[in-house]
Design a protein around this ligand. Structure first.
Ligand SMILES: [Zn+2]
Ligand SMILES: [Zn+2]
Length: 374
């Protein structure tokens, strides 16, 4: 075990520096041990879209990095417990864990009602909201004990770091009526779309169709989930005068040619955040169906509200997860959700900049890039 704390620190656009930071002592908690920390020797961290946003633009929305107050990136991590704060009850040094990277207050109304992903005081690793909150793309990081979920011996660190995006999938599928025999459409064959499709199958969905514009991603989807049906979508021209009409026509063509069976589509999972995809999801759902918005795009889209009123299609949103880690870990350890093949590229922590470069370049065959000591 290396005893430096090499960390990936973001200062601004394209300004990611590898620095050796102090290894902090895990804190003792309050009376109910809610904040009692353990120190984790991080072994695997996945690079996610939000890390890339900070790397590329130095901001997410109106939250901008301050170079005088830089931030350690990373939030999709697993590792091994290397030290205990005073009062730790359930973990031991040497335990292997998946890290849930959002510290919530446990006191506000949203936390009390169990929707802690909506906590007003959320401190999410590698995010600027209520921060900067230092992330886990480093050798050692401290987290509250209750956010470190034990993973079984059979689970690799790579799989442990995929529990974070899988938790997003589990949380979102649980908020829809997916059950035995359901039909689902998934927009976007990136890591989240693939995990959503896998989770829908695990919960009994009979038919899942995945849409993407990229044939390589669809090819990968078929290798990952052989049962899945794939459809390559056209891309609207950037000067399409009426995007909503284009989206409607695109779906009508798929319906009339029999590619999708609209009156059987119970849930559309939108994992791209792209306006035309959000619109297509609305036109593709059956009467009384559900649209689950997961992808974060521009945050603005023109929607056909008549679909919501006349067809009673429910549009729901998803932000991260609450109480989803234990179920995500169980789905993987019981073999109900496969993770094999999702990590397509691995880099050492020392080679973090190379890893970011790989994600930025993208291209065929890049699904999930991870960094760490595996
Ligand atoms: Zn993420
Ligand atoms: Zn709260």
């Amino acid at each position: 075990m290396a005893n430096d704390n090499l960390s990936a620190v973001i200062y601004g656009p394209k300004d990611l520096r590898m620095e050796n930071r102090e290894i902090a002592i895990p804190k003792a908690g309050d009376t109910d041990s809610f904040a009692t920390e353990v120190q984790i020797n991080v072994r695997a961290t996945g690079i996610c879209g939000s890390d890339i946003h900070y790397y590329h633009a130095g901001r997410i929305g109106n939250r901008v990095l301050d170079p005088k107050n830089p931030m350690v990136l990373g939030h999709e991590s697993s590792g091994i417990v290397s030290a205990l704060g005073e009062g730790v009850k359930n973990l031991r040094v040497g335990d292997r864990v998946a890290i849930e990277p959002g510290t919530y207050c446990k006191k506000c109304d949203r936390c009390v009602e169990g929707r802690y992903n909506l906590c007003y005081e959320m401190h999410f690793s590698g995010s600027l909201m209520n921060g900067p909150n230092h992330g886990s793309l480093c050798r050692y990081a401290n987290f509250p004990e209750h956010l470190c979920h034990s993973i079984p011996e059979t689970m690799t660190y790579q799989d442990g770091a995929l529990i974070e995006p899988l938790a997003v999938a589990v949380h979102s599928v649980n908020k829809t009526p997916i059950k035995q025999g359901s039909h689902a459409l998934v927009f976007g064959a990136g890591p989240i779309g693939l995990l959503v499709a896998a989770t829908a199958y695990a919960k009994g969905a009979e038919h899942v169709t995945i849409f993407d514009i990229n044939e390589h991603r669809l090819q990968f989807a078929t290798e990952y989930l052989p049962k899945i049906k794939t459809v390559q979508l056209p891309l609207p021209e950037s000067d399409t005068p009426d995007l909503l009409a284009w989206s409607q026509q695109t779906i009508e063509k798929l319906v009339t040619s029999g590619v999708i069976d609209r009156e059987n589509i119970d849930v559309c999972f939108e994992c791209t955040g792209v306006e035309s995809c959000i619109q297509m999801a609305m036109f593709a759902a059956r009467r009384g169906g559900v649209i689950m918005l997961i992808g974060l795009g521009k945050g603005r889209a023109l929607l056909p509200t008549e679909v919501m009123s006349v067809r009673e299609v429910d549009v729901r949103g998803n932000f991260r997860y609450a109480h989803a880690y234990p179920e995500a870990i169980e789905l993987v350890s019981q073999g109900k959700v496969p993770l094999r093949g999702l990590v397509t590229h691995q880099y050492k922590l020392e080679d973090t900049l190379e890893a970011f470069d790989k994600v930025m370049k993208g291209g065929a065959g890049v699904v999930k890039v991870q960094i760490g000591d595996f």
